[in-house]
Design a protein around this ligand. Structure first.
Ligand code: GLU
Length: 497
């Protein structure tokens, strides 16, 4: 059967989550790909809530999902809250419409009631598998006569509704990621489109809504690939337009198994609360199973411009937290000091805020000094405490650097302020002369005294190759100002053994 697609229509993609839990990286990646493809073609991105199952908590999860999408900047052009020509956009409100399509199929003999019990079906599946046949429905209720059906309904027997599948045919379509696909109808068999409790099967509403909402391209996880021939048959039977399909590889954890809590997968909400920036998440996800030529950090518009369906890999995409952290650092580099100040104060840490440490007027200078040394608001909080708290808590290495320098070093460091020490450089020169120390043995205790930590990095060979890993000492110097520096030096002096 030749596929009928509607490629001449302007592109419309969609995200159609079932609000049964919080959005995870895998789901939001699907949303992002759909969003980028719509933006790239100046098309439309639609959001639809697939809330037909009987699970509880839909409302709560639907709102959380909308919040996640908005946080990432994935604003939809049609859907809940904003409406559109094809609403309502929650499937729980579309029951009457699905009913019409059921009736249309039934009245034309394309769907029929099936009275087989779960138990019977399970046995026939087992028998088929044991005989090496596909576990398809045997067609037992296919030929029930109208009076039989009436009688069984009159007895109150529950029935599902099955779609009548043509025998001996093939369903073919070109998947935009996986290439040509061929399914034999004989392997599929008649399938249930309405459950015995009257609720429609997920893939029935999903296909009908895509068609009548004018979706032209469905990008979704490859776990839905086998739904597609069933959906194509339904749409063809109903004379509805077919979208194009792109089934993307799933995201897996480091162990190769589907992403789960156990393998470190986080919900979007957790990432947001952990201080990840939206563009860090988008830059990472847009490269998870998809490649760009450029390795540069991009805004959403540029990610969209350069997105390419043909660059989606077929192999499972491996989640790697260190990559996410890399993009977080990139995102920080591309965020202004003003915005970073708001970001680092957006949540309380240990019931306190960065702003409670940093003196008024020094906010932006503080951000400038530490911005290359932070990944999360917690990091900023630690720096704020290290630099401005009433008194210092030295980390182990800082304490040992201070002890090693001894109280005489700090006594002299304080005395240097009596001379002309207008700049950091002139001060350090002076200190070199009076202490007869230079390099590491001069900077390290100074850094330890001023910031409470020394951030010494030791290379694998055991060689100290980077002991000045924190913000530039000169920048810390300027940020603190003479009064606080003197206080810190006195503290260091008294703390030495
Ligand atoms: N509600 C389905 C899901 O969340 C949507 C599948 C699709 O995108 O077609 O998996």
């Amino acid at each position: 059967m030749a596929p009928c697609t509607m490629t001449s229509r302007p592109i419309k993609t969609r995200f159609a989550p079932s609000p049964t839990g919080l959005l995870h990286l895998g789901n939001i990646r699907t949303a992002l790909f759909n969003f980028l493809l719509a933006r790239q073609a100046q098309g439309l991105f639609l959001l639809r809530l697939e809330d037909t199952d009987a699970m509880r908590g839909h409302e709560k999860y639907a709102r959380a999902m909308e919040l996640d999408l908005r946080w990432l900047g994935l604003d939809w052009d049609e859907g809940p809250e904003i409406g559109g020509r094809h609403g309502p956009y929650a499937q729980s409100e579309r029951g009457p419409l699905y009913k019409e399509y059921f009736s249309s199929l039934e009245s034309r003999g394309l769907a029929y009631p099936c009275f087989c019990s779960e138990h019977e079906l399970a046995i026939s599946r087992k028998t088929a598998l044991a005989a090496g046949r596909p576990p398809r429905y045997t067609g037992k209720c296919r030929a029930l006569s109208a009076p039989d059906v009436q009688a069984r309904f009159a007895r109150g027997e529950p029935a599902t509704l099955r779609f009548r599948v043509d025998e001996g045919k093939t369903i073919e379509f070109e998947d935009k990621v996986r290439g040509p696909q061929i399914f034999r109808t004989d392997d599929i068999g008649d399938y249930v489109i309405r459950r015995s409790d009257g609720t429609p099967a997920f893939f029935f509403c999903n296909a009908i809504d895509d068609a009548i909402m004018g979706v032209t391209l469905v990008v979704r996880g490859e776990d839905h690939l086998t739904n597609t021939p069933r959906q194509i048959m339904l749409l063809q039977a109903l004379g509805l337009p077919l979208p194009e399909y792109a089934h993307i590889a799933l995201v897996v954890g480091a162990d190769g198994a589907p992403l789960s809590k156990r393998t470190g997968s986080k919900s979007v909400q957790e990432l947001r609360e952990g201080g990840f920036l939206p563009l860090a998440v988008s830059n990472y996800l847009a490269r998870l199973g998809h490649t760009y030529d450029a390795s540069a950090f991009m805004d959403l518009e540029t990610l969209a411009e350069n997105f390419n369906l043909s660059r989606l890999g077929r192999a499972p995409a491996r989640y790697d937290e260190s990559q996410l952290v890399y993009w977080q650092k990139e995102a920080i580099k591309h965020t202004s000091n003003e915005e970073l100040w708001v970001w680092m104060n957006s949540k309380a840490i240990l019931s306190s805020y960065v702003s409670s440490f940093v003196p008024k007027g020094k906010e932006l200078l503080f951000v400038k000094v530490i911005r290359d040394n932070i990944t999360t608001p917690e990091d900023a909080f630690i720096w704020a405490g290290n630099l401005f708290a009433e008194s210092h808590k030295y980390d182990r290495d800082a304490k040992s650097a201070i002890d090693k320098a001894g109280s005489d070093f700090f006594k002299k460091a304080l005395e240097c302020f009596n001379n002309d020490t207008a700049t950091f450089h002139s001060y350090v020169k002076m200190l070199e002369i009076v202490t007869n120390k230079k390099g590491k043995s001069l900077y390290m205790p100074l850094r330890a005294a001023l910031s409470g930590e020394v951030n010494e990095l030791i290379s694998q060979s055991g060689r100290v190759y980077e002991w000045n890993h924190g913000p530039q000492l000169e920048a810390i110097w300027e940020l603190l100002g003479v009064d606080l520096i003197k206080r810190r030096l006195s503290e260091a002096k008294t703390t030495t053994k």
